[in-house]
Design a protein around this ligand. Structure first.
Ligand SMILES: [Zn+2]
Ligand SMILES: [Zn+2]
Length: 131
């Protein structure tokens, strides 16, 4: 049984990493079902929770939405589009700016910040263009 669990967990992890849209369990299930119809939604729920607890994936806190998961655990932020509900990665210069905030917080409060997960909200490039 434990070997089967390991295989299932790896399948779920691989499928999650193939997304760049931060899928919910429903979206993961739909994708996994195409290739592995024997894996139940309950199994996926259980495994993503375990993977998130172990820090192998990220669970994103998106207000007023179901939990979404991220296979990329590198330090990055997210942008949530109010119009289409898309969740996009924010990388590059925005990350350096956040690290400056870490120092500001340490100087002001003495807290040693080692990570953060920030969500920005607004209209994604596609929705901004069509409005
Ligand atoms: Zn959008
Ligand atoms: Zn992400």
């Amino acid at each position: 049984l434990s070997e089967r669990n390991t295989v299932q967990k790896q399948i779920i992890l691989d499928v999650l990493k193939s997304f760049n849209t931060h899928p919910s369990v429903d979206e993961l299930y739909a994708e996994i079902f195409k290739v592995h119809p024997s894996i139940s939604k309950a199994t996926i729920y259980r495994n993503v929770k375990q993977l998130a607890d172990k820090g192998e994936i990220l669970q994103l806190a998106v207000p007023n939405d179901v939990s979404r998961y991220d296979g990329c655990t590198d330090f990055h932020h997210h942008f949530v589009c109010d119009s289409c509900g898309g969740v996009f990665d924010v990388h590059a210069d925005c990350i350096d700016a956040t690290k400056e905030v870490f120092s500001l917080i340490q100087n002001k409060h003495g807290f040693k910040v080692d990570r953060s997960m920030t969500s920005f909200f607004g209209a994604c490039s596609t929705c901004a263009e069509s409005s």
